[in-house]
Design a protein around this ligand. Structure first.
Ligand code: PA5
Length: 397
């Protein structure tokens, strides 16, 4: 299950003021409309598409050594988050999954191109617009390599395109060459797209059970997500401008990167919004713990914990390592609370497909509700568009 603790490390606050606002937000989400299809899982992904994803991913797992996922932002972070959270730390598995197109590093692309030399490769390029700079450049270079490596017939099995259902350069490329393709639903924005083919195909290729992931979504207590949204909003209006997503299992590192995009792009506009940040504990307590405890009082925390008994014994303490981690989580939260740094706690029973599914949907609801509470459009990103235009202009000179 997903449990929340909105009491132990938070000061009492009256949230009655939010009741009407939340009712309105619930109506908006339930009624659906522009960019709201993510809220209804049936509109994210159809049963037929789930079957298609499972079939293709089975084939890919049988026949390919290297699976390259090209995308950035919402077209990358969701899959990377789930795969990093759920796959083992050290075991090497086939196919190896590599992400590209999320930077402009020439050395990364140069090394990747030669890494492909002796490996059976399949690529999945993901871009709703088809025009984003980083994945466009990466795809151009990797596609060229694929064309040199494989025949046209082979390419039909090795290029998979996930993009807009009708528009854009990638849709045209898929149609003209009979490449396998998936859609990014028109009414779902990048940062809310992990439960569409954008995230689900790479996740399935990694061997993760996407049925269990989707089951988790159906079990979320939406009221808890709305309550969390109101607490964040009230903390923000009390001058807590930074939300530290704190985690004690390093496998959640990219999940929190995904959260930072989800909340940052949803709320940070019109000179408003909470700055999402993250803390990989206990590692970061030894570098930033001093600031959290004692620095400028602009932080609140949202702790994501895994409430699981440990097994790994040691000679120093009577507790297994997992239990020591939980003791650290609680005592650190308490120390911070005593210093005026409040925390929400969100606990899952285990780090598995079901609970990651729950976390995804819980946070998507809270982020969107948070946008509405701040009176901004949760689903646009005008600031991103602004810098993209300037880079394009310079590149055309
Ligand atoms: O949330 C968003 O809309 C963005 O982060 C996009 O996902 C990101 O810019 C990539 O866009 P595209 O999928 O069009 O390449």
């Amino acid at each position: 299950m997903l449990k929340t603790d909105f009491k132990t490390y938070l000061k009492d606050r009256n949230l009655k003021f939010y009741d009407d606002k939340i009712l309105k937000i619930k109506n908006t989400l339930n009624n659906g409309g522009e960019m709201l299809d993510w809220y209804d899982i049936n509109k994210c992904i159809s049963p037929d598409e789930v079957i298609k994803i499972k079939n293709i991913s089975k084939e890919i797992r049988k026949n390919c050594e290297l699976f390259i996922v090209i995308g950035i932002g919402g077209s990358f972070l969701g899959a990377k988050a789930v795969i990093t959270a759920l796959k083992p730390y050290f075991k090497k598995e086939k196919p190896e999954i590599i992400f590209a197109g999320n930077s402009l590093s020439e050395s990364y692309l140069t090394e990747l191109i030669s890494y492909m030399d002796d490996k059976e490769t399949i690529i999945n390029v993901i871009s709703k617009s088809g025009t984003t700079l980083e994945p466009s450049i990466a795809f151009d270079i990797i596609y060229e390599k694929m064309k040199n490596k494989y025949t046209d017939d082979e390419l039909k099995k090795r290029i998979i395109i996930t993009t807009d259902p009708e528009k854009g350069i990638l849709r045209k490329l898929a149609d003209n060459n009979n490449y396998q393709s998936f859609i990014v639903p028109t009414q779902i924005g990048g940062r809310y797209s992990v439960l569409t083919a954008v995230g689900l195909l790479p996740i399935a290729v990694s061997g993760i059970d996407i049925d269990k992931l989707l089951l988790g979504i159906k079990k979320v207590n939406k009221d808890l997500a709305f309550k969390y949204a109101t607490i964040r909003d009230s903390l923000y209006h009390q001058g807590k401008l930074v939300e530290l997503f704190t985690f004690y299992e390093p496998k959640l590192e990219y999940f929190v990167e995904w959260l930072k995009q989800l909340f940052g792009e949803t709320q940070g506009k019109n000179k408003k919004g909470i700055l999402p940040s993250s803390s990989n504990n206990t590692r970061d307590l030894h570098s930033l713990g001093q600031f959290y405890q004692d620095g400028t009082p602009i932080i609140f925390e949202t702790i994501i914990g895994i409430d699981k008994k440990g097994n790994l014994k040691n000679n120093l303490y009577k507790y297994p390592v997992e239990d020591i981690n939980m003791i650290a989580l609680k005592q650190v939260a308490y120390a911070h609370f005593e210093a005026g740094v409040e925390s929400n706690v969100i606990m899952i029973d285990d780090l598995d497909e079901f609970h990651i599914g729950m976390l995804i949907y819980f946070f998507e609801i809270a982020a969107a509700a948070g946008g509405y509470l701040l009176d901004v459009n949760p689903f646009d990103q005008p600031g991103v568009t602004a810098y993209k235009k300037l880079i394009e202009k310079e590149l055309k000179k």
